[in-house]
Design a protein around this ligand. Structure first.
Ligand code: URA
Length: 216
């Protein structure tokens, strides 16, 4: 029989709170990515946030600051949130993988996409964050986040912007990753893609304002 894959599950505190989870995750070695990252970049935002955003993994900036979405993709995200009528401080922001995965290119550290095994190893942290925050809507930014929560066969292109009822949270909504907008080939495409992204965030914001079914 194959040994069970190593995940962060045994590290989840018996009484999880956001500070307790953050502290436990700081020492996570469930996959080899901790060896290269400067630090664990845990999620941030209030418990009880109506919207929880999941990215892929911290980038170069986030690895240094220790906070999610502080680099160029984060700045685009901040502007889009504002246009969608949302404040970053009212949202819980996190990533599917909590260490920066990179490869050296000269003096630069180039982002490398996490593999399924690394996403699975890190998933207990994401699940615990979701259980504590109890969001009304989870927004998955890009394929890694969407597939972490909706299964590896999930295609963002086919179901982008759809409010998907779920057992993890009342709704999940998958959209593109803001870094993909930064890679747009020209300014017109970037403008159009930003508009679509803002539209997806507006839909999530509207669903976030609805009360959970149990409370109606
Ligand atoms: N990209 C992500 O997916 N997450 C971050 O925190 C930063 C960039």
């Amino acid at each position: 029989m194959r040994p069970a894959p190593i995940t962060a599950a045994p590290l989840i505190p018996a009484r999880p709170s956001l500070p307790a989870l953050r502290e436990a995750a700081a020492g996570c070695r469930a996959c080899p990515l901790w060896e290269r990252g400067t630090q664990t970049v845990f999620g941030e935002g209030p418990r009880g946030a109506r919207i929880l955003l999941v990215g892929e993994q911290p980038g170069d900036d986030e690895d240094r600051t220790g906070r999610p979405f502080t680099g160029p993709a984060g700045r685009l995200l901040d502007r889009a949130l504002e246009q969608a009528g949302l404040e970053r401080s009212e949202i819980y922001l996190t990533n599917a993988v909590k260490h920066f995965k990179w490869e050296p290119r000269g003096k630069r550290r180039i982002h490398a996409r996490p593999v399924a095994r690394e996403v699975a190893a890190c998933k207990p942290w994401l699940e615990a964050e979701i259980r504590v925050v109890k969001p009304q809507v989870i927004v998955c930014l890009g394929a890694t986040a969407a597939q972490a929560l909706l299964g590896r066969g999930f295609k963002v292109t086919g179901r982008r912007g759809e409010l998907i009822p779920s057992t993890i949270a009342p709704f999940l909504l998958a959209t593109v990753h803001p870094a993909s907008i930064l890679r747009a080939p020209d300014s017109e495409t970037r403008r159009r893609e930003t508009e679509r992204f803002v539209e997806d965030l507006r839909r999530a914001a509207a669903a976030g304002r609805t009360r959970p079914a149990a409370a109606i």
